[in-house]
Design a protein around this ligand. Structure first.
Ligand code: PLP
Length: 389
């Protein structure tokens, strides 16, 4: 297994060399960012540089960036009924989420379960705007203020949501809007003002930073969610606890690299993905492409060999040198039915066979060639086993 092809960037991306260098530099430095001495001020400056870089990645004001331990914490921080905007307290009565959100949104929110409404999606996994309108009108009509959370793109299918339209409709009803941009930031150019949301979650390890850092970014720096942790006044009182400076520094360095090449990388990666998909579909007519003719991330393919369990395919690919994942994988590593594919109405036999191939910044033509070669080696055997079962 000397040569491996890593096609699981939606799970995590390799650390970029620039991020690794920033992480090591920060590890070698001493000083708490809250201390007034020279060492403390140097650490503060490292954090502030990273804050500017992460803000620039999505065209935000650096004062709106709240560093967290990752995307999950950013989602949890943002999805609370209690906000402050300047001196004004804002309270939200209901949370509206799409049915295809990541578990960090579906389960990480701080609303009581009976104040959460799940919005249906169409067969391609896009939130139904009519259902959103109906929910917004009903809640506004009954005097309830809503917080809406719809992801920018899905981690299993790559399908891009109409978030700008969601934000326009939600704002017309006085709602606040959050988007989980964990799979998009650093992969495609993103601007928080173009998307039109109030809050955006991003994660370092999806864009070539180190694990252990993420951010909730508010378009208006005065908008402050109720903190998750009580303690010191770090992050302007919005996230207590001494900062994970090495991971934050690496996040900033990765964000800067990703921003510089997001457009070119998106085109390059899209071409890799297209070449792989067309070769596989041409050679293996049995393969089903779960979402094709829809706006989706340039790096993600969701495929199924109906009737062959996803974990069997993933293991066969792994043994042959390709790291992929089951579209239905959950964080424990066990394969359960995917709530995303279920919400899209994908038949169970296909959903249980869904695998995800996801490219990233370190992927190249050789990964496509090797993956095609590996599919040629493993698919005939998988189909024979399916026929014999
Ligand atoms: N949101 C989405 C869409 C994700 O894909 C993930 C991770 O897979 C998360 C949130 C959680 O991010 P993190 O792993 O940084 O906690």
């Amino acid at each position: 297994m000397s040569e491996r092809t890593y096609l699981d960037h939606n799970a995590t991306s390799p650390v970029r060399p620039e991020a690794r260098a920033a992480l090591l530099d920060a590890l070698d430095a001493t000083g708490n960012g809250s201390s007034v001495h020279g060492e403390g001020r140097a650490t503060r400056s490292t954090i502030d540089t990273a804050r500017r870089r992460v803000a620039a990645l999505v065209g935000a004001d650096p004062r709106g960036v709240i560093f967290t331990a990752g995307g999950t914490e950013a989602d949890t921080l943002g999805l609370t009924p209690d906000y402050q905007c300047g001196e004004e307290a804002l309270t939200f009565d209901v949370l509206l989420v799409s049915a295809v959100e990541h578990a960090a949104v579906l389960r990480g929110h701080r609303f009581p379960a009976d104040r959460v409404e799940v919005l249906p999606v169409d067969a391609r996994g896009r939130v139904l705007l009519d259902a959103l309108d109906a929910a917004l009108e009903r809640h506004a009509g009954e005097g309830r203020r809503a917080l809406v959370s719809v992801m920018l793109a899905n981690n299993e299918t790559g399908v891009v949501q109409p978030v700008a339209e969601v934000a326009r409709r939600a704002h017309a009803h006085g709602a606040l809007v959050h988007t989980d941009a964990v799979q998009v930031a650093g992969r495609m150019p993103v601007s928080i003002s173009d998307v039109g949301v109030d809050l955006m979650s991003v994660s370092a390890h999806k864009l070539g930073g180190a694990p252990g850092a993420g951010a909730l970014i508010a378009a208006d720096p005065d908008l402050r969610p109720a903190p998750v942790f009580a303690g010191g006044g770090q992050e302007r009182g919005r996230r207590a606890g001494s900062e994970n400076v090495p991971a934050i520094a690496a996040f900033g360095a990765a964000a800067e690299c990703a921003a510089a090449c997001a457009e070119a990388d998106a085109m390059r990666i899209h071409a890799l993905r297209e070449r792989l998909e067309s070769a596989l579909r041409c050679e293996f007519p049995e393969l089903v492409l779960l979402v094709g003719d829809v706006d989706r991330l340039p790096n993600t393919s969701c495929l199924a060999l109906p009737g062959v369990p996803a974990e069997t395919v993933v293991i066969a690919l792994d043994l042959a040198g390709v790291a992929a994942s089951a579209g239905a994988a959950c964080s424990s590593g066990k394969v359960a039915a995917s709530h995303v594919l279920e919400a899209m109405g994908v038949p169970e036999r296909i959903a249980r066979s869904a695998i995800r191939l996801s490219f990233g910044w370190s992927s190249g033509e050789e990964d496509v060639d090797r993956t095609i070669g590996v599919f040629r080696r493993v698919v005939p055997g998988l189909l024979r086993r399916r026929a014999a079962a």
